[in-house]
Design a protein around this ligand. Structure first.
Ligand SMILES: Cc1ncc(COP(=O)(O)O)c(C=O)c1O
Length: 460
Protein backbone atom coordinates (compact mmCIF):
# COMPACT_ATOMS: atom_id res chain seq x y z
CA UNK A 1 0.00 0.00 0.00
CA UNK A 2 1.55 3.24 -1.08
CA UNK A 3 0.84 6.89 -1.35
CA UNK A 4 0.63 8.34 -4.86
CA UNK A 5 1.87 11.76 -5.92
CA UNK A 6 -0.38 14.76 -5.63
CA UNK A 7 0.57 18.41 -5.51
CA UNK A 8 -2.00 20.25 -3.45
CA UNK A 9 -3.15 23.82 -3.54
CA UNK A 10 -3.67 25.55 -0.26
CA UNK A 11 -6.67 27.60 -1.30
CA UNK A 12 -8.67 25.94 1.45
CA UNK A 13 -6.41 27.17 4.20
CA UNK A 14 -8.11 30.34 5.21
CA UNK A 15 -6.26 32.38 7.81
CA UNK A 16 -8.25 31.68 10.95
CA UNK A 17 -8.65 33.51 14.21
CA UNK A 18 -5.98 32.24 16.54
CA UNK A 19 -7.61 30.32 19.33
CA UNK A 20 -6.22 27.91 21.85
CA UNK A 21 -9.58 26.66 23.07
CA UNK A 22 -9.71 22.93 22.51
CA UNK A 23 -10.62 19.80 24.31
CA UNK A 24 -8.15 19.12 27.11
CA UNK A 25 -6.70 15.99 25.57
CA UNK A 26 -3.23 16.06 27.06
CA UNK A 27 -3.58 13.41 29.75
CA UNK A 28 -0.76 10.92 29.96
CA UNK A 29 -1.14 7.45 28.46
CA UNK A 30 -0.36 3.93 29.58
CA UNK A 31 3.10 2.41 29.72
CA UNK A 32 4.18 0.71 26.51
CA UNK A 33 6.16 -2.38 25.65
CA UNK A 34 8.88 -2.16 23.01
CA UNK A 35 7.61 -2.37 19.44
CA UNK A 36 10.22 -2.09 16.70
CA UNK A 37 8.84 -0.92 13.37
CA UNK A 38 11.87 0.27 11.50
CA UNK A 39 15.27 -1.16 10.74
CA UNK A 40 16.65 2.34 10.50
CA UNK A 41 18.70 3.40 13.50
CA UNK A 42 17.46 6.48 15.34
CA UNK A 43 19.74 9.35 14.36
CA UNK A 44 21.75 10.84 17.13
CA UNK A 45 22.62 14.33 15.88
CA UNK A 46 22.39 16.27 19.09
CA UNK A 47 22.38 19.98 18.61
CA UNK A 48 19.75 21.49 16.37
CA UNK A 49 19.03 25.11 17.11
CA UNK A 50 15.92 24.92 14.88
CA UNK A 51 14.36 22.51 17.36
CA UNK A 52 14.57 24.91 20.24
CA UNK A 53 12.82 27.63 18.26
CA UNK A 54 9.99 25.26 17.45
CA UNK A 55 8.34 25.63 20.82
CA UNK A 56 5.70 28.29 20.46
CA UNK A 57 2.03 28.57 21.42
CA UNK A 58 0.08 25.46 22.48
CA UNK A 59 -1.32 23.23 19.75
CA UNK A 60 -4.57 21.53 20.79
CA UNK A 61 -5.40 18.04 19.55
CA UNK A 62 -8.66 19.44 18.28
CA UNK A 63 -10.16 22.91 18.23
CA UNK A 64 -13.90 22.81 17.62
CA UNK A 65 -14.29 26.43 18.57
CA UNK A 66 -12.75 27.76 15.33
CA UNK A 67 -15.43 26.07 13.27
CA UNK A 68 -18.08 27.56 15.51
CA UNK A 69 -16.61 31.05 15.15
CA UNK A 70 -16.71 30.71 11.37
CA UNK A 71 -20.44 29.99 11.36
CA UNK A 72 -21.55 31.45 14.70
CA UNK A 73 -24.09 33.88 13.34
CA UNK A 74 -25.83 31.37 11.08
CA UNK A 75 -25.82 28.70 13.78
CA UNK A 76 -27.31 31.00 16.40
CA UNK A 77 -30.01 32.04 13.95
CA UNK A 78 -30.82 28.41 13.14
CA UNK A 79 -31.04 27.48 16.82
CA UNK A 80 -33.24 30.54 17.37
CA UNK A 81 -35.60 29.36 14.64
CA UNK A 82 -35.96 25.97 16.32
CA UNK A 83 -36.66 27.65 19.67
CA UNK A 84 -39.30 29.84 18.06
CA UNK A 85 -40.92 26.84 16.37
CA UNK A 86 -41.33 24.91 19.63
CA UNK A 87 -40.53 21.72 17.68
CA UNK A 88 -37.53 20.09 19.33
CA UNK A 89 -37.57 16.43 18.32
CA UNK A 90 -37.34 15.13 14.72
CA UNK A 91 -39.42 17.46 12.48
CA UNK A 92 -38.43 19.47 9.38
CA UNK A 93 -34.84 20.21 10.41
CA UNK A 94 -34.15 16.51 10.89
CA UNK A 95 -35.87 15.70 7.58
CA UNK A 96 -33.70 18.26 5.80
CA UNK A 97 -30.56 16.74 7.29
CA UNK A 98 -31.70 13.21 6.44
CA UNK A 99 -32.21 14.25 2.82
CA UNK A 100 -28.81 15.88 2.54
CA UNK A 101 -26.96 12.97 4.20
CA UNK A 102 -28.77 10.49 1.92
CA UNK A 103 -27.74 12.58 -1.08
CA UNK A 104 -24.16 13.00 0.18
CA UNK A 105 -23.72 9.24 0.71
CA UNK A 106 -25.72 8.31 -2.39
CA UNK A 107 -28.03 6.27 -0.13
CA UNK A 108 -31.75 5.84 -0.65
CA UNK A 109 -32.70 6.38 3.00
CA UNK A 110 -31.15 8.24 5.93
CA UNK A 111 -32.67 8.33 9.40
CA UNK A 112 -31.56 10.57 12.24
CA UNK A 113 -31.17 9.08 15.71
CA UNK A 114 -29.77 9.94 19.13
CA UNK A 115 -26.11 8.99 18.63
CA UNK A 116 -23.69 6.81 16.70
CA UNK A 117 -23.99 4.23 19.48
CA UNK A 118 -27.77 4.16 19.11
CA UNK A 119 -27.40 3.91 15.33
CA UNK A 120 -25.47 0.66 15.84
CA UNK A 121 -28.08 -0.71 18.28
CA UNK A 122 -30.92 0.24 15.91
CA UNK A 123 -29.13 -1.40 12.97
CA UNK A 124 -28.75 -4.66 14.91
CA UNK A 125 -32.38 -4.54 16.06
CA UNK A 126 -33.58 -3.85 12.51
CA UNK A 127 -31.72 -6.97 11.35
CA UNK A 128 -33.36 -8.91 14.21
CA UNK A 129 -29.99 -9.82 15.69
CA UNK A 130 -30.11 -10.85 19.34
CA UNK A 131 -29.60 -13.68 21.79
CA UNK A 132 -27.75 -16.68 20.33
CA UNK A 133 -26.36 -14.69 17.40
CA UNK A 134 -22.72 -13.77 16.82
CA UNK A 135 -21.45 -10.55 15.29
CA UNK A 136 -17.85 -10.19 14.07
CA UNK A 137 -16.14 -6.86 14.69
CA UNK A 138 -12.62 -5.52 15.26
CA UNK A 139 -11.41 -5.20 18.82
CA UNK A 140 -9.41 -2.13 17.77
CA UNK A 141 -12.33 0.33 17.77
CA UNK A 142 -14.24 2.61 20.08
CA UNK A 143 -16.15 0.55 22.66
CA UNK A 144 -19.57 1.47 21.19
CA UNK A 145 -19.14 -1.00 18.32
CA UNK A 146 -18.99 -3.95 20.71
CA UNK A 147 -21.27 -2.39 23.32
CA UNK A 148 -24.12 -2.27 20.80
CA UNK A 149 -23.76 -5.98 20.03
CA UNK A 150 -23.82 -6.76 23.75
CA UNK A 151 -26.81 -4.48 24.32
CA UNK A 152 -29.00 -6.42 21.88
CA UNK A 153 -28.05 -9.70 23.57
CA UNK A 154 -25.79 -10.99 20.79
CA UNK A 155 -22.19 -12.13 21.23
CA UNK A 156 -19.34 -9.94 19.97
CA UNK A 157 -16.66 -11.98 18.19
CA UNK A 158 -13.40 -10.10 17.86
CA UNK A 159 -11.16 -10.18 14.81
CA UNK A 160 -7.70 -8.72 14.17
CA UNK A 161 -6.69 -5.81 11.97
CA UNK A 162 -4.39 -5.03 9.07
CA UNK A 163 -1.03 -3.79 10.45
CA UNK A 164 -0.73 -0.98 7.88
CA UNK A 165 -4.21 0.55 7.99
CA UNK A 166 -5.43 -0.67 11.42
CA UNK A 167 -8.65 -1.75 9.70
CA UNK A 168 -10.56 -5.02 10.05
CA UNK A 169 -8.64 -7.86 8.41
CA UNK A 170 -10.82 -9.97 6.12
CA UNK A 171 -8.82 -13.17 6.69
CA UNK A 172 -9.25 -12.84 10.42
CA UNK A 173 -12.99 -12.29 9.85
CA UNK A 174 -13.27 -15.36 7.64
CA UNK A 175 -11.64 -17.48 10.34
CA UNK A 176 -14.33 -16.43 12.85
CA UNK A 177 -17.44 -17.17 10.78
CA UNK A 178 -19.68 -19.85 12.31
CA UNK A 179 -23.25 -20.96 11.74
CA UNK A 180 -24.24 -18.41 14.41
CA UNK A 181 -22.69 -15.43 12.63
CA UNK A 182 -25.42 -12.97 11.68
CA UNK A 183 -23.47 -9.82 10.90
CA UNK A 184 -20.03 -8.29 10.35
CA UNK A 185 -19.29 -4.74 11.49
CA UNK A 186 -16.45 -3.20 9.48
CA UNK A 187 -15.31 -0.06 11.31
CA UNK A 188 -14.01 2.62 8.94
CA UNK A 189 -11.52 3.67 11.60
CA UNK A 190 -9.85 7.09 11.62
CA UNK A 191 -11.66 8.04 8.38
CA UNK A 192 -10.58 5.24 6.03
CA UNK A 193 -12.89 2.57 4.61
CA UNK A 194 -12.27 -1.10 5.27
CA UNK A 195 -11.37 -3.33 2.30
CA UNK A 196 -14.93 -4.37 1.50
CA UNK A 197 -14.64 -6.76 -1.44
CA UNK A 198 -13.69 -9.88 0.61
CA UNK A 199 -16.36 -9.00 3.17
CA UNK A 200 -19.01 -8.76 0.45
CA UNK A 201 -17.98 -12.23 -0.73
CA UNK A 202 -18.13 -13.68 2.78
CA UNK A 203 -21.48 -12.02 3.43
CA UNK A 204 -23.11 -13.33 0.31
CA UNK A 205 -21.64 -16.83 0.75
CA UNK A 206 -22.81 -17.18 4.36
CA UNK A 207 -25.92 -14.93 4.25
CA UNK A 208 -24.44 -12.50 6.74
CA UNK A 209 -25.44 -8.84 7.00
CA UNK A 210 -22.89 -6.02 6.87
CA UNK A 211 -23.30 -3.05 9.21
CA UNK A 212 -20.80 -0.29 8.52
CA UNK A 213 -19.55 1.58 11.57
CA UNK A 214 -18.92 4.85 9.72
CA UNK A 215 -18.91 7.00 12.88
CA UNK A 216 -15.46 8.38 11.98
CA UNK A 217 -15.82 8.26 8.22
CA UNK A 218 -18.44 10.54 6.74
CA UNK A 219 -17.34 11.27 3.16
CA UNK A 220 -14.82 8.40 3.03
CA UNK A 221 -14.91 6.33 -0.14
CA UNK A 222 -14.13 2.81 -1.28
CA UNK A 223 -13.84 2.34 -5.04
CA UNK A 224 -15.61 5.65 -5.58
CA UNK A 225 -18.55 4.78 -3.37
CA UNK A 226 -19.13 6.52 -0.11
CA UNK A 227 -19.21 5.04 3.37
CA UNK A 228 -22.94 4.63 3.98
CA UNK A 229 -23.65 2.47 0.93
CA UNK A 230 -21.03 -0.26 1.37
CA UNK A 231 -23.18 -2.66 3.39
CA UNK A 232 -26.79 -3.29 4.38
CA UNK A 233 -26.92 -0.50 6.96
CA UNK A 234 -24.40 2.19 7.92
CA UNK A 235 -24.07 4.12 11.18
CA UNK A 236 -22.76 7.66 11.58
CA UNK A 237 -21.99 9.80 14.62
CA UNK A 238 -22.31 13.56 14.96
CA UNK A 239 -20.38 13.70 18.24
CA UNK A 240 -18.75 17.15 18.35
CA UNK A 241 -15.25 15.93 17.44
CA UNK A 242 -16.38 14.04 14.36
CA UNK A 243 -15.78 15.45 10.84
CA UNK A 244 -19.41 16.61 10.89
CA UNK A 245 -19.90 17.42 14.55
CA UNK A 246 -23.02 18.71 16.27
CA UNK A 247 -23.46 20.52 19.56
CA UNK A 248 -24.09 17.35 21.53
CA UNK A 249 -24.96 13.78 20.68
CA UNK A 250 -26.49 12.79 17.37
CA UNK A 251 -26.39 9.97 14.85
CA UNK A 252 -27.62 8.84 11.44
CA UNK A 253 -28.36 5.51 9.80
CA UNK A 254 -28.30 4.97 6.04
CA UNK A 255 -29.62 2.09 4.00
CA UNK A 256 -30.85 1.33 0.49
CA UNK A 257 -33.36 -1.24 1.70
CA UNK A 258 -36.94 0.09 2.03
CA UNK A 259 -37.96 -2.65 4.48
CA UNK A 260 -34.99 -1.99 6.77
CA UNK A 261 -35.61 1.76 6.49
CA UNK A 262 -39.22 1.32 7.61
CA UNK A 263 -38.16 -0.89 10.54
CA UNK A 264 -35.50 1.63 11.58
CA UNK A 265 -38.07 4.43 11.40
CA UNK A 266 -40.30 2.49 13.80
CA UNK A 267 -37.51 1.24 16.07
CA UNK A 268 -36.26 4.75 16.85
CA UNK A 269 -39.70 5.69 18.26
CA UNK A 270 -40.42 2.62 20.42
CA UNK A 271 -41.91 0.78 17.43
CA UNK A 272 -44.87 3.15 17.55
CA UNK A 273 -47.19 3.67 14.55
CA UNK A 274 -49.71 5.25 14.76
CA UNK A 275 -49.33 7.13 18.02
CA UNK A 276 -49.58 4.81 21.05
CA UNK A 277 -49.86 1.68 18.93
CA UNK A 278 -46.70 -0.43 19.05
CA UNK A 279 -46.03 -2.93 16.29
CA UNK A 280 -42.55 -3.91 17.54
CA UNK A 281 -40.45 -3.10 20.61
CA UNK A 282 -38.00 -0.34 19.84
CA UNK A 283 -36.06 2.28 21.77
CA UNK A 284 -36.28 6.03 22.15
CA UNK A 285 -33.58 7.42 19.87
CA UNK A 286 -34.65 10.50 17.96
CA UNK A 287 -32.40 13.22 16.64
CA UNK A 288 -33.01 16.62 18.27
CA UNK A 289 -34.14 19.42 15.96
CA UNK A 290 -31.49 21.74 17.41
CA UNK A 291 -28.72 19.27 16.51
CA UNK A 292 -30.15 18.89 13.01
CA UNK A 293 -30.40 22.67 12.58
CA UNK A 294 -26.72 23.09 13.53
CA UNK A 295 -25.68 20.22 11.26
CA UNK A 296 -27.69 21.65 8.35
CA UNK A 297 -25.62 24.83 8.62
CA UNK A 298 -22.38 22.84 8.76
CA UNK A 299 -23.22 20.31 6.03
CA UNK A 300 -22.38 22.56 3.02
CA UNK A 301 -18.88 23.05 4.48
CA UNK A 302 -18.09 19.37 5.03
CA UNK A 303 -16.29 18.82 1.72
CA UNK A 304 -14.11 21.90 2.22
CA UNK A 305 -13.24 20.83 5.77
CA UNK A 306 -12.43 17.36 4.49
CA UNK A 307 -10.05 18.81 1.89
CA UNK A 308 -8.41 20.87 4.64
CA UNK A 309 -7.88 17.68 6.64
CA UNK A 310 -6.36 16.04 3.57
CA UNK A 311 -4.05 19.02 3.03
CA UNK A 312 -2.96 18.75 6.66
CA UNK A 313 -2.24 15.04 6.23
CA UNK A 314 -0.12 15.80 3.19
CA UNK A 315 1.70 18.58 5.02
CA UNK A 316 2.58 16.20 7.87
CA UNK A 317 3.84 13.76 5.28
CA UNK A 318 6.05 16.44 3.74
CA UNK A 319 7.40 17.63 7.10
CA UNK A 320 8.10 14.08 8.32
CA UNK A 321 9.89 13.27 5.07
CA UNK A 322 11.99 16.40 5.20
CA UNK A 323 13.54 15.46 8.52
CA UNK A 324 13.70 11.71 7.91
CA UNK A 325 11.11 10.89 10.54
CA UNK A 326 9.32 8.69 8.01
CA UNK A 327 12.21 6.25 8.65
CA UNK A 328 11.57 6.28 12.39
CA UNK A 329 7.80 6.58 12.77
CA UNK A 330 5.27 4.46 10.92
CA UNK A 331 3.23 7.08 9.09
CA UNK A 332 -0.42 6.50 8.12
CA UNK A 333 -1.04 4.46 5.00
CA UNK A 334 -3.88 4.92 2.57
CA UNK A 335 -4.96 1.70 0.90
CA UNK A 336 -5.71 1.64 -2.85
CA UNK A 337 -9.13 2.81 -4.06
CA UNK A 338 -9.75 4.76 -0.91
CA UNK A 339 -10.65 8.34 -0.09
CA UNK A 340 -9.40 8.87 3.48
CA UNK A 341 -11.17 11.69 5.35
CA UNK A 342 -8.60 11.95 8.15
CA UNK A 343 -10.77 12.04 11.23
CA UNK A 344 -7.51 11.15 12.97
CA UNK A 345 -3.85 11.27 11.96
CA UNK A 346 -2.22 8.25 13.57
CA UNK A 347 1.47 7.43 13.70
CA UNK A 348 3.06 4.39 15.30
CA UNK A 349 6.11 4.99 17.47
CA UNK A 350 8.87 2.33 17.61
CA UNK A 351 10.74 0.72 20.47
CA UNK A 352 8.18 1.33 23.22
CA UNK A 353 8.77 5.09 23.03
CA UNK A 354 5.14 6.08 22.39
CA UNK A 355 4.32 7.21 25.93
CA UNK A 356 7.62 9.05 26.34
CA UNK A 357 6.95 10.88 23.07
CA UNK A 358 3.47 11.75 24.29
CA UNK A 359 4.90 13.17 27.53
CA UNK A 360 7.43 15.15 25.47
CA UNK A 361 4.61 16.60 23.31
CA UNK A 362 2.60 17.46 26.42
CA UNK A 363 5.66 19.28 27.82
CA UNK A 364 5.59 21.40 24.67
CA UNK A 365 1.81 21.90 25.07
CA UNK A 366 1.03 19.82 22.01
CA UNK A 367 -2.18 17.79 22.25
CA UNK A 368 -2.23 14.10 21.40
CA UNK A 369 -4.37 11.09 22.27
CA UNK A 370 -4.19 7.31 22.34
CA UNK A 371 -6.97 5.70 20.29
CA UNK A 372 -7.32 3.16 21.91
CA UNK A 373 -5.07 2.15 24.80
CA UNK A 374 -6.99 -1.03 25.74
CA UNK A 375 -8.47 -3.14 22.93
CA UNK A 376 -12.16 -3.90 23.45
CA UNK A 377 -11.65 -7.65 23.97
CA UNK A 378 -9.38 -6.83 26.91
CA UNK A 379 -11.84 -4.49 28.63
CA UNK A 380 -12.79 -5.49 32.17
CA UNK A 381 -16.47 -5.84 31.30
CA UNK A 382 -15.62 -8.68 28.92
CA UNK A 383 -13.41 -10.59 31.38
CA UNK A 384 -15.92 -13.45 31.49
CA UNK A 385 -16.82 -13.43 27.82
CA UNK A 386 -15.56 -16.58 26.12
CA UNK A 387 -15.17 -14.94 22.70
CA UNK A 388 -12.97 -12.24 24.27
CA UNK A 389 -10.33 -14.79 25.31
CA UNK A 390 -8.53 -14.48 21.98
CA UNK A 391 -5.07 -13.61 20.78
CA UNK A 392 -5.10 -10.53 18.55
CA UNK A 393 -1.40 -9.61 18.20
CA UNK A 394 -1.75 -6.82 15.65
CA UNK A 395 -4.49 -5.19 17.69
CA UNK A 396 -2.31 -5.40 20.82
CA UNK A 397 0.66 -3.88 19.01
CA UNK A 398 -1.43 -1.02 17.63
CA UNK A 399 -2.80 -0.26 21.10
CA UNK A 400 0.76 -0.04 22.45
CA UNK A 401 2.44 1.93 19.69
CA UNK A 402 0.02 4.40 18.07
CA UNK A 403 -0.62 8.04 18.88
CA UNK A 404 -3.02 10.59 17.34
CA UNK A 405 -1.64 14.00 16.36
CA UNK A 406 -3.68 17.16 15.71
CA UNK A 407 -5.31 17.09 12.23
CA UNK A 408 -8.42 19.28 12.59
CA UNK A 409 -9.22 21.37 9.48
CA UNK A 410 -8.21 24.75 10.88
CA UNK A 411 -4.79 23.53 12.07
CA UNK A 412 -2.23 25.98 10.72
CA UNK A 413 0.97 25.09 8.82
CA UNK A 414 3.08 26.58 11.58
CA UNK A 415 1.28 24.47 14.19
CA UNK A 416 2.03 21.33 12.20
CA UNK A 417 5.62 22.41 11.95
CA UNK A 418 5.63 22.82 15.75
CA UNK A 419 4.30 19.27 16.17
CA UNK A 420 6.89 17.77 13.82
CA UNK A 421 9.69 19.89 15.26
CA UNK A 422 8.87 18.66 18.77
CA UNK A 423 8.91 15.06 17.50
CA UNK A 424 12.22 15.75 15.73
CA UNK A 425 13.62 17.06 18.99
CA UNK A 426 12.46 13.90 20.78
CA UNK A 427 14.24 11.67 18.24
CA UNK A 428 17.22 14.02 18.06
CA UNK A 429 17.00 14.71 14.34
CA UNK A 430 17.11 18.04 12.56
CA UNK A 431 13.79 19.87 12.57
CA UNK A 432 12.09 20.65 9.25
CA UNK A 433 12.22 24.18 7.91
CA UNK A 434 9.41 26.46 8.98
CA UNK A 435 6.76 26.46 6.25
CA UNK A 436 6.99 29.46 3.96
CA UNK A 437 4.03 30.93 2.13
CA UNK A 438 3.37 29.63 -0.50
CA UNK A 439 4.46 26.18 0.57
CA UNK A 440 6.16 23.45 -1.42
CA UNK A 441 5.49 20.04 0.01
CA UNK A 442 8.34 17.52 -0.18
CA UNK A 443 8.38 13.73 -0.27
CA UNK A 444 7.17 11.13 -2.73
CA UNK A 445 4.19 9.80 -0.92
CA UNK A 446 1.26 12.09 -1.47
CA UNK A 447 -2.29 11.10 -1.97
CA UNK A 448 -4.58 11.71 -4.84
CA UNK A 449 -8.27 11.62 -4.10
CA UNK A 450 -11.34 12.56 -6.06
CA UNK A 451 -13.45 15.01 -4.07
CA UNK A 452 -16.64 13.41 -5.30
CA UNK A 453 -16.70 10.27 -7.40
CA UNK A 454 -19.67 8.08 -6.71
CA UNK A 455 -20.52 5.37 -9.19
CA UNK A 456 -24.20 4.89 -10.02
CA UNK A 457 -24.25 1.16 -9.76
CA UNK A 458 -23.77 -0.90 -6.67
CA UNK A 459 -22.49 -4.32 -7.58
CA UNK A 460 -23.07 -6.36 -4.44
C1 LIG B 1 -15.86 3.91 15.69
C2 LIG B 1 -16.98 4.50 16.51
N1 LIG B 1 -18.15 3.84 16.60
C3 LIG B 1 -19.17 4.34 17.30
C4 LIG B 1 -19.09 5.54 17.96
C5 LIG B 1 -20.24 6.01 18.79
O1 LIG B 1 -20.73 7.26 18.39
P1 LIG B 1 -21.43 8.21 19.47
O2 LIG B 1 -20.38 8.78 20.34
O3 LIG B 1 -22.13 9.23 18.63
O4 LIG B 1 -22.39 7.38 20.23
C6 LIG B 1 -17.90 6.28 17.89
C7 LIG B 1 -17.77 7.56 18.58
O5 LIG B 1 -16.71 7.96 18.98
C8 LIG B 1 -16.82 5.74 17.15
O6 LIG B 1 -15.66 6.40 17.05
Amino acid sequence: MTFSCFLPTFADQRPGVSNEVGLPLLASGLSAKGVAMSDQPVRTTNSHPENASAIEAPVPLIDIHEQYLELAEEIREAIGRVCDSGRFVLGPDVEELEASIADYCDAKYALGCGSGSDALILALLALEIGSGDEVILPSYTFFATAGAVWQVGATPVFCDIDPDTYLMDAESVAAKVTSKTKAIIPVHLYGQCVEMEPLWRLASEHHIAIIEDAAQAIGAEYRGRRAGVLGDIACFSFYPTKNLGGFGDGGMITTDDPILAERLRLLRVHGMKPRYYHKIVGINSRLDSIQAAVLNIKMPHLERWTRMRLTNAMRYQSLFFECGLDQILKLPEVAPDRRHVWNQYIVAVPDGKRDALRAHLAKHKIGSEIYYPVPVHKQECFNDLETAQVDLPITDEAALSTIALPIFPELKPVQQWQVVSAIAEFFQVKAPTKPAVPETLKGPNFLKFPTRAISDKKTF
